[in-house]
Design a protein around this ligand. Structure first.
Ligand code: PAF
Length: 280
């Protein structure tokens, strides 16, 4: 496995590999890797000749200073995990390398970014767009892999890729869960034992909500989920919205001809967890 810290060296190396006809797969991460990330890497390995993983905790996408400060950083362990599963290339730049000067670009992300995460984490998706476009320009992969747990991020990155005409296929990968249903996330490490025991209530409630679509309206199911989590745990729901999975606009009834997804953000203590579930 080769480790690159400098973008020019990586870009040059990848151009050489591409000139040999090799297909490059890319998995961008913020490190603190878990099985969810490794699933992305394994899928990339199955579909590409060379897999590049980036590890960079991107400061511009954090709207909360403490969230950035406490975000887990474990580079040595991450590198060992990637080496073990046969990853080819890791790009782990420092902040100066990624942002030699402040990135002032403002992306017009439209309605996809103004709801849910966009509403509660102002500036978050602009920061994601800044770093992902920089990474895409450095790596120039054929395919890039993103988890469906961050469903809104996936929708926005797919839209930006199309808008900016990057010749990159965005590959969505289903959420990987712990045995008790909790969606894998680097933030799970910050849960206390008690919070960790409570957190599976989120996915359990989402699964029950899917069943309730036969007997309740969309609005009733939204309210039920929030009420259920608040009465069966001490977690606080920030939002739960049932939306069109393509436009992320709210749906009015279950008969709308679109893929329907319910997206949730919950505070478990001061750890913010997100998850989602398809209704059809
Ligand atoms: O999903 C993440 O880990 C991050 O948002 C990403 C895509 C690596 C950009 O920093």
């Amino acid at each position: 496995m080769e480790l690159f810290r400098k973008k020019e060296n990586l870009t040059q190396h990848i151009q050489t590999l591409k000139s040999k006809g090799l297909i490059i797969g890319f998995v961008p991460t913020m490190g603190a890797l878990h099985d969810g990330h490794l699933t992305l890497v394994r899928q990339a390995q199955a579909e590409c000749d060379v897999v590049v993983v980036s590890i960079f905790v991107n400061p511009t996408q954090f709207n909360n200073k403490d969230d950035l400060r406490f975000y887990p950083r474990k580079e040595a362990e991450d590198l060992a995990m990637l080496e073990k599963i046969g990853c080819n290339i890791v790009f782990a730049p420092d902040e100066k390398e990624m942002y030699p000067e402040p990135d002032t670009r403002q992306f017009n992300l439209g309605p996809l970014a103004s709801t849910m995460e966009g509403e509660f984490r102002p500036g978050h998706f602009n920061g994601v767009a800044q770093v992902v476009t920089k990474l895409f320009e450095i790596v120039q992969p054929h395919k890039a892999y993103f988890g469906q747990k961050d469903f809104q991020q996936l929708a926005i990155i797919t839209a930006i890729t199309k808008e900016l005409k990057y010749p990159i296929e965005i590959v969505p990968v289903p959420t990987v869960r712990e045995q008790d249903g909790l969606a894998m996330s680097s933030r799970n490490e910050r849960l206390t034992q008690e919070q960790r025991a409570m957190a599976p209530v989120i996915y359990k409630t989402l699964k029950s909500a899917v069943e309730l679509q036969h007997s309740m309206t969309v609005e009733e199911v939204e309210q039920w989920v929030i009420h259920q989590i608040h009465t069966s745990s001490t977690m606080k729901v920030e939002y739960f919205k049932i939306v069109n999975a393509e436009t992320l606009r709210p749906i009015r009834n279950w008969h709308e001809k679109c893929k329907i997804i319910g997206c949730i953000a919950v505070y478990c203590g001061d750890v913010r967890l997100i998850d989602n579930i398809f209704f059809n």
